[in-house]
Design a protein around this ligand. Structure first.
Ligand code: NG6
Ligand code: CA
Length: 498
């Protein structure tokens, strides 16, 4: 009898602890649009692994990043603070210094404080070291390890920016001491050919007017100049697989202790150069192929969790840092071979835009032992991960930290339908959303960015949309609801002052 009781207690402890301390894997794609997955309505492309994740978890239809580009979006995800509150949070060059203050509360630190092992594997793009001028051949810090990650295996910025190398913790991977790396964003260094001087060496041409024609690495012109580090330079076709192997190893090493893994994928950001097994597979050109690679990779992570016996108690978040773009610097036929696919679904705008497609992104949570399958229309955001996971893990957040983050853990786990009632989105312009009304503040600049082919949302007069009826933002109600305009404009000013 006694042993039966002990067994029951042990069982309920295990189940109970399973409900509160899952492993967490946050998978963030790069420039993946709201309409890019078949579970979000895509018909010209099939993403079976992500569809499975969505079907057995919660799929949010109003899930957001804070910003329509990478650096600010990831800054908010990590700190729980709107990025536009801080200068220098725009898209960073590859040699930028770290922009997250090391003393700040961050998402990985919330997990660390709760006894989790934490890792980032993938794209970083929040700067490294304490200055721009740094020696890439020595220890480089502060970086991800100083803001809460026990382990880091990253590339510094974007796949189209130098240096095109991986860093493991504080060091460039596979560095040959006799071939030191130099990086410069203003002047050419060394004698590597550039895309501008030698376009005949390129396997993928850069788009006119969009740069991407500095140092050539692996047949692709990059933004910025680098020399040396030949052994360390990545091969684009192996990028994703390299990150996947790292993630699989981290998962199997950590399976006995709770872990938090931020898996920051590069697909389908430019340059889109997937592994050979995906090239030409989608029929939509390299951008479609990169999405197939992304889906496959997520499937491999899911398989690894099964193989290690920890799938049931692992919570996977899948999302994207900002909306989609087709021509973002390379002539990769993303536009010509689109074949009727709608990367933004029915939403207006895209990457860089204040319209919804800038920040409304795929947003899926899956936790077999903690979340029931559902589709939720609640307004949720990356910015709330800090306080929501802190709540799940019963961690306190110090006053003044993660000040824009709200605890929506019940919504993330499907126990509540209520999302944020007020939210600020950052395209070029700032917008505020309150109870489904969206106010886009006046912003100078072109309404259509013809280089990337995206409506920016810029207008010298304010715009107002009722997202409950018009999430496509076709019907500007500014002239009709002057009170609403005034109310939201004042609200935005108030939030900015907080
Ligand atoms: C832009 C680049 C674009 C991309 C983007 C960053 C030009 C003309 N365009 O400045 O190619 O790299 O920065 O993308 O240089 S993000 O997803 O990391 O924000
Ligand atoms: Ca991005």
């Amino acid at each position: 009898m006694k042993s039966l009781l002990t067994l029951i207690m042990l069982f309920s402890f295990l189940v109970g602890s399973g409900q509160t301390r899952p492993n967490v894997i946050l998978i963030c794609a790069d420039d993946l649009g709201y309409g890019d997955l078949s579970c979000y309505g895509a018909t010209r492309i099939k993403t079976p692994n992500l569809d499975k994740l969505a079907a057995s978890g919660i799929r949010f239809t109003n899930g957001h990043s804070t910003s329509a580009t990478c650096t600010p979006s990831r800054y908010a995800l990590i700190t729980g603070e709107y990025p536009w509150r801080k200068k220098g949070t725009g898209v960073l060059p590859g040699d930028a210094a770290l922009i997250v203050p090391t003393g700040r509360t961050t998402l990985p630190k919330v997990f660390q404080n709760a006894g989790y092992k934490t890792a980032i594997i993938g794209k970083w793009h929040l700067g490294l070291g304490d200055r721009v001028e740094k020696n890439w051949n020595e220890e480089i810090k502060p970086g991800p390890n100083e803001v809460g990650f026990d382990y880091s295996f990253i590339f510094p910025a974007t796949a189209d920016r130098v240096p095109t190398v991986f860093l493991k913790d504080h060091h460039v991977v596979a560095l040959d001491r006799n071939d030191p790396i130099t990086v410069d964003y203003r002047n050419k260094v060394g004698d590597d050919p550039t895309g501008k001087e030698h376009p005949e060496l390129l396997k993928i041409k850069s788009s006119p007017g969009q740069g991407h024609n500095n140092t050539i690495v692996n047949g692709i012109g990059r933004i910025g100049y680098m020399s040396g580090g030949k052994m360390s330079r990545w091969v684009d076709e192996e990028l994703s697989y390299t990150f996947l192997e790292q993630a699989k190893t981290f998962i199997s090493d950590q399976k006995k202790e709770p872990f938090f893994l931020y898996f920051a994928m590069t697909e389908p950001h430019v340059p889109r150069m997937p592994a050979t097994m995906f090239k030409d597979k989608s029929g939509l050109g390299l951008r479609g192929d990169a999405i197939l690679q992304l889906d496959w990779t997520v499937g491999e992570i899911m398989k690894q969790l099964e193989a290690q016996g920890i799938a049931r108690n692992t919570l996977i978040v899948f999302t994207s840092d900002n909306g989609p773009v087709l021509d973002d610097g390379y002539q990769d036929e993303a536009v010509a071979r689109l074949g009727g696919h709608s990367p933004a679904g029915t939403l207006r705008g895209g990457k860089y835009s204040a319209f919804e497609a800038g920040t409304r992104v795929p947003f899926i949570l899956n936790w077999p032992s903690g979340i029931k399958p559902a589709v939720s229309g609640a307004l949720v955001s990356h910015i709330d991960f800090v306080r929501s996971f802190a709540a799940l893990l019963k961690q306190n957040i110090q006053a003044g930290e993660a000040s824009d983050s709200e605890n929506h853990i019940d919504t993330f786990l499907g126990k509540s339908r209520a999302g944020r009632s007020v939210y600020v989105e950052q395209g070029g312009a700032l917008s505020v959303i309150k109870d489904n009304w969206k106010y886009i503040s006046p912003q100078k600049g072109l309404a259509f960015d013809s280089l990337v082919g995206i409506e920016t949302g810029n207008s010298e007069t304010a715009q107002l949309f009722d997202l409950s009826l018009d999430k496509e933002e076709r019907n500007n109600l500014a002239a009709k609801y002057l009170h609403k305009m005034e109310e939201l404009s004042q609200l935005l000013e108030l939030i900015k002052k907080n």
